[in-house]
Design a protein around this ligand. Structure first.
Ligand SMILES: *[C@@H]1O[C@H](CO)[C@@H](O)[C@H](O)[C@H]1NC(C)=O
Ligand SMILES: *[C@@H]1O[C@H](CO)[C@@H](O)[C@H](O)[C@H]1NC(C)=O
Length: 337
């Protein structure tokens, strides 16, 4: 104890010999050497002191036995994975043909385990069951950045003039995802923004609103799913349940949270559309963002896709509503017209 105190006093204690100070400096030098040696040869063991992946948001304590992450390898190219919620008969050839640089995991929600390696315990809650199953299956071996999408290449959910998932994947700024954690694949506010749901008011006033079952169900369901978290007053986020998320943002919650959410989805007595939509308006909160996450559109396109010099007319035409179903033979039909 004496020698530790004397270190902080800087002045040698009365009667303590100068030799013990030299000894402390020597010891410090040895510790510094050992630390740098470990940094070079074995970053994994130093990471056990890093806070990433250990923060428990949902309250439950996480048991820590995970493979080393790559946070020490500053210059490493991000490792990215595309996770798709498809069906047994979805034609997924577009992925290998157009984005071969992505590691891809295609879940077939209605397929049998004997037929496909990636499927779900029960086809319920639309893409939410797939996303939760992936997060649980891969919690210990997640890529640095993952993109969770639907199976169709062209779909109105996609925020570009062709509604093309390939454009989304090619232009997505992976470093931005790494920096910010959760990134919705849509910037446009149509559907979801600025305030899709008002859980606070619906909880207090219980309005009769049969046309909006998600709004009606959300308050109680949110509290069932996240008993330790505060019910948001307003939820606003672009629609459609397609997003990118970093490993760090996923691991900020213990695996038990995702398991609890999936069990809730397996047990819940709601139709698929409503239970799926409750997650659609909860993913960003699960991954650490504020409940109201409607970003400035110009900044969002720049940061998310690198579209930083859009003219006002381009901005206006970037995503337009054409109805739930795109014209037949899209996009060839578009090119002819
Ligand atoms: C499932 O995984 C195994 C082992 O990786 C592989 O050999 C097999 O081809 C896969 N099956 C399908 C249907 O993808
Ligand atoms: C959910 O979707 C699956 C697959 O289409 C269907 O079998 C099931 O009956 C649906 N469940 C509910 C509650 O609507």
């Amino acid at each position: 104890m004496n020698s530790i105190f004397s270190l902080f006093r800087l002045q040698p204690r009365e009667g303590s010999p100068g030799r013990s100070r030299i000894f402390i400096y020597l010891a410090l030098a040895v510790i510094a050497l050992l630390l740098s040696y470990q940094l070079v040869l074995n970053h994994g063991s130093l990471e056990s002191v890093s806070p990433w992946g250990k923060t428990s948001v949902g309250g439950a304590k996480q048991d820590v036995a995970e493979p080393p992450t790559y946070s020490w390898r500053i210059s490493r190219t991000p490792e990215k994975e595309l996770v798709v919620a498809a069906m047994r008969d979805s034609d997924m050839a577009w992925v290998a043909e157009n984005v071969p640089d992505w590691t891809t995991t295609i879940y077939r929600a209605d397929a049998d385990k004997s037929e496909y390696n990636f499927t779900v315990p029960r086809n319920k809650g639309n893409e939410a069951m797939v996303y939760l199953t992936y997060l649980i299956d891969r919690y210990d071996s997640l890529p640095e950045v993952m993109v969770l999408m639907h199976g169709g290449r062209y779909q109105w959910h996609n925020d570009n003039p062709l509604y093309d998932s390939v454009v989304t994947l090619k232009d997505l700024q992976i470093d931005h995802v790494k920096r910010t954690g959760y990134v919705n694949l849509r910037c446009v506010w149509a559907i979801g923004c600025p305030s899709e749901l008002e859980p606070g008011r619906y909880f207090r006033e219980r309005p009769d609103d049969p046309a909006h079952p998600t709004a009606v169900e959300y308050p109680d369901r949110f509290l069932e799913l996240f008993p330790d978290e505060e019910l948001p007053e307003v939820v606003g986020v672009p629609c459609c349940s397609q997003f990118a998320v970093s490993r760090e943002a996923v691991r900020a919650r213990p695996k038990a949270d995702y398991e609890r959410c999936r069990q809730w989805l397996l047990d819940v007595d709601l139709d698929n559309a409503t239970s799926g939509r409750i997650f659609e308006y909860a993913w960003h909160i699960m991954f650490g963002k504020t409940a109201e996450l409607c970003l400035d559109v110009v900044t969002c396109y720049c940061e998310t896709y690198g579209y930083c010099d859009m003219e006002p007319i381009e901005l206006q035409n970037h995503w337009v509503w054409r109805g739930m179903v795109l014209p037949p033979n899209w996009p060839e039909s578009e090119e002819q017209s």
